[in-house]
Design a binder for this molecule. Structure first.
Ligand SMILES: [Zn+2]
Length: 289
């Protein structure tokens, strides 16, 4: 009886210790970028300027990751290796890009390759090859250079706002086309506008995705649901010290951005997606480059 009790105590103590370690040390930051530019903002929609980062800033951020021995890994590596412990995952970072803007190929790829880093590119399949977007030929080259190409749906529709049948089509069709064209598994999805619902997760699982990158701010731990991965969107106004605090896992930065996100999500719920998007567009279009 006593020995059973002490076994149980040891097990609980170990669990508690593991939990602490997971929460404190083994966090994964997933960074999210959209557009890069060389001081030329022509061709970038006004409401997207907030998501357009200068190449110099991007280079400084990547250099910081490299200089401070962060390990740039892939989503596949994270999802495969995360349980229970993976000593190889010390200071892991994942770099992602959303939307498939042409600047990701023209400007982002060479910057990443300078450090031998690969990234995950979530592309909106319906926009591939259209003006200002990456072409199929470029995507093939990116694949050959070790970049992961994943789905950002077919049309960039907000998935929480459309009928279930359309959600299924957005998820299934984009996965199928990318797999056919690029000959690689498409196991991850990122959510247009970060909009999600329980149904979206269920359908993603059903059609064969292994995980979803959301726009929920925060870190990922060994026990994070792979269908609700947290990310940090790196915007043009973000200072370098904020970037440092993000990859270093500073709790105060997380608390600040989390509270900000709660307010914005509240606004989205009260106004509805469409009105919120219009107001957001108005606000961000007023920003100076
Ligand atoms: Zn998007």
């Amino acid at each position: 009886m006593i020995s059973n009790f002490s076994k149980l105590f040891r097990r609980l103590y170990k669990q508690f210790f593991i939990m602490l370690l997971n929460k404190k040390k083994l966090y994964l930051s997933i960074l999210n970028y959209h557009i890069l530019h060389n001081d030329q903002l022509s061709g970038i929609a006004k409401d997207e300027i907030i998501y357009a980062n200068k190449l110099q800033d991007f280079q400084r951020q990547i250099k910081y990751i490299s200089d401070n021995q962060y390990q740039v890994i892939s989503l596949e590596e994270y999802v495969k290796g995360k349980l229970p412990f993976a000593p190889t995952l010390s200071k892991p970072v994942i770099i992602t890009f959303d939307d498939g803007h042409a600047s990701q190929y023209v400007i982002g790829m060479p910057a990443l390759q300078e450090y031998g880093y690969s990234a995950t590119f979530f592309v909106t399949v319906g926009k591939i090859g259209t003006e200002n977007y990456i072409s199929w030929q470029q995507l093939r080259q990116m694949r050959d250079d070790g970049m992961a190409i994943m789905s950002h749906t077919m049309t960039h529709a907000f998935l929480s706002d459309i009928p279930v049948a359309q959600v299924r089509w957005e998820l299934q069709e984009s996965k199928k086309i990318l797999e056919q064209e690029l000959g690689k598994p498409v196991d991850f999805l990122s959510l247009p506008g970060g909009r999600c619902s329980r149904i979206v997760k269920e359908i993603a699982k059903e059609v064969g995705y292994k995980g979803i990158c959301t726009s929920i701010i925060g870190y990922n731990y060994p026990d994070t649901d792979p269908y609700s991965l947290r990310r940090w969107t790196i915007t043009k106004n973000m200072s370098f010290s904020t970037f440092q605090a993000i990859v270093e896992g500073k709790k105060s930065t997380l608390a600040y951005y989390k509270s900000r996100q709660i307010i914005l999500n509240g606004m989205k719920r009260i106004m509805g997606n469409e009105l919120y998007a219009n107001i957001h567009k108005e606000i961000t279009s007023g920003l100076k480059s």
